[in-house]
Write a protein that binds this ligand. Structure first.
Ligand code: CTP
Length: 405
C-alpha cells in the first residue's frame, strides 16, 4: 500500500502515532515503519501501559522522533499542544477500552489523551481488546459516540487473541491501518460516490473441467478498485480472479460473462461503472455436462455463440449522473477502434491500450494507455504502474463529473 514513488498521500504528512497498553502494541511498530517508509513524519506517544508491552528504544529507532510519554517533559513544556497543533493526522493503534472511554469523556490526564483533546486534525482509532470487552455495551456506546464526532475507526478483526482465545477484537492489520490513514489524507475527490469496477477475464465452460478464457489477470481492475477506495469512494469489485482483496473494497467473485452481467446489474445504479474486465465475446454454445474424454472419441468440435455485450445495455440505461468507463484492448488501429466503441456503447470515457506493445496490458505490472473522453478530449498516459494509470483514469472521471448538471 505504501507507494512513495507513486505520490502516496502519506508523503510528508505529520502523524502522531499513539500506542496504548494492549498485547497488540507490538503491531504498532509495523504501523510506524510502514508510515515512515511511505514518507510520513511519525511522532510516537506511548502510554504507561504501552511501555509494559513494547520498548521505547524500538520506536526511537524506527519512528521519525523519539518517543514521548509524559506531559511533564522539561525540554518541551507543552508537548500535547505542540503535537496536537502540528499533526496532520493522529492514529491510535492499538486503542484499549480505557483509551476509548477517556477520549469519549474528554479526559486529558496523560500525554496521549491530552494531545487528542488538543488537536483539530483528523483522528484514526484502531481498537483491540478481548471479544467480551469489545462487545460490552459501554465500549460499543463509546465507539458510537466517537464515530458520531467524526473520529475514524478501523474495526478490529476476528482472529486469535492473547491467551489462546479467538474472536472479534484483534487489531486490524498494519496494512489496513496505513491504508485507512492514506484514505483520510488523500484527495477525497470520490467521497460519497459508489463505484463498481470489473476485473479479470471471464471463463466460459467447455465441460466441467475446461474453459475458454483470455490473458487478462485482473491487475488493472484491482488497481482501479484500490485507487477508488483511497480517494474516498465506496467500491464494489466484480472479479474473476483470486488476487488479494483490496482493503475496504467489497469483492463479488464471478466466473462467466453471464455471472458478471448479473453481478454488475445488481449494482448498476452506482455513480461510476468501470468495465476493466476482459469479457469473453464468444462462449461454447452447449457445454458438456461431463468431462469430454479423448479415449474412444473423435476430436470434438466446439460450437461457439456470442455472449451478450452488457456494456451496451449499461450505456443505453445510463442516467444523467452516471459515468461509464469502458476499456479497449487492441492489437491494431487503437484510436479508431476505441473511438468506435466509445460512441457505439455510449460511454463517457474509454481507456485504450495497445496490448501488443512491450510492458503494456495483460499480466504486466505496468500499463500505457490513452484516455478518450466523449467530449473530444484525450490524454496519453505514459508507461507507469497500474495504480498510476488507475489514478489518471479517476482524474479524468473527476473532471468529467465536474461538468455534470
Ligand atoms: N464488454 C462487455 N460485454 C461483452 C464484451 C465486452 O461489457 N460481452 C466490455 C468490456 O468490458 C470492455 C468493452 O466492452 O470494457 C470493450 O470490449 P472489447 O472486447 O474490447 O470490445 P468489443 O465490443 O467486444 O469489440 P471487438 O470484439 O470488436 O474488439
Amino acid at each position: 500500500m505504501t507507494r512513495p514513488d507513486d505520490g502516496s498521500a502519506l508523503e510528508g504528512a505529520r502523524i502522531v502515532l499513539g500506542v496504548t497498553g494492549g498485547i497488540a502494541a507490538y503491531k504498532a511498530i509495523d504501523v510506524s515503519r510502514r508510515l515512515v517508509d511511505a514518507g510520513a513524519h511519525v511522532s510516537p506517544i506511548l502510554t504507561e501501559g504501552a511501555e509494559h508491552f513494547v520498548g521505547r528504544v524500538t520506536f526511537d529507532a524506527l519512528a521519525s522522533e523519539k518517543v514521548q510519554s509524559t506531559l511533564w517533559d522539561e525540554t518541551s513544556p507543552i508537548p500535547h499542544t505542540r503535537l496536537g497543533q502540528t499533526a496532520d493526522l493522529i492514529i491510535v493503534a492499538p486503542a484499549t477500552a480505557r483509551l476509548l472511554a477517556d477520549y469519549r469523556m474528554g479526559r486529558s490526564d496523560d500525554l496521549l489523551t491530552a494531545t487528542l483533546i488538543a488537536t483539530r486534525a483528523p483522528v484514526l482509532v484502531a481498537p483491540a481488546m478481548h471479544t467480551e470487552m469489545w462487545e460490552h455495551p459501554a465500549v460499543q456506546d463509546n465507539i458510537a459516540t466517537l464515530r458520531a464526532r467524526n473520529v475514524h475507526m478501523v474495526d478490529p478483526e476476528e482472529g486469535r487473541l492473547a491467551g489462546g482465545d479467538s474472536g472479534a477484537g484483534r487489531l486490524a492489520s498494519p496494512a489496513s491501518i496505513v491504508a485507512h490513514a492514506e484514505r483520510i489524507l488523500g484527495p477525497n475527490d470520490l467521497r460519497g460516490l459508489r463505484v463498481v469496477v470489473t476485473a479479470g477475464g471471464t471463463r466460459e465452460p467447455i465441460d466441467p473441467v475446461r474453459v475458454i478464457s483470455n490473458r487478462s489477470t485482473g491487475k488493472q481492475g484491482y488497481a482501479l478498485a484500490e485507487a477508488a477506495w483511497a480517494r474516498g469512494a465506496e467500491v464494489t469489485l466484480v472479479s474473476t480472479v483470486d488476487l488479494p482483496e483490496p482493503i475496504g473494497v467489497t469483492v463479488v467473485p464471478v466466473e462467466t460473462a453471464a455471472q458478471m452481467q448479473a453481478a454488475v446489474e445488481s449494482v448498476d445504479d452506482h455513480d461510476v461503472i468501470i468495465m476493466a474486465a476482459a469479457v469473453a465475446d464468444f462462449r461454447p454454445a452447449d457445454p458438456a455436462g461431463q468431462k469430454i474424454k479423448k479415449t474412444g472419441g473423435d476430436v470434438p468440435t466446439i460450437n461457439l455463440e456470442k455472449t451478450h455485450d452488457f456494456l451496451v445495455d449499461l450505456g443505453e440505461r445510463k442516467t444523467s449522473t452516471q459515468t461509464i468507463v469502458g476499456f479497449a484492448a487492441e492489437t491494431e488501429n487503437l484510436r479508431e477502434n476505441a473511438l468506435g466503441k466509445l460512441e457505439r456503447k455510449r460511454l463517457d470515457l474509454i481507456v485504450a491500450n495497445d496490448v501488443s506493445a512491450a510492458g503494456v496490458g495483460f499480466g504486466h505490472d505496468t500499463n500505457e494507455v490513452t484516455i478518450l473522453v466523449a467530449d473530444g478530449t484525450e490524454t496519453a498516459v505514459p508507461m507507469g504502474t497500474k495504480r498510476v494509470i488507475a489514478d489518471a483514469i479517476f482524474d479524468a472521471v473527476v473532471r468529467v463529473r465536474g461538468a455534470l448538471p
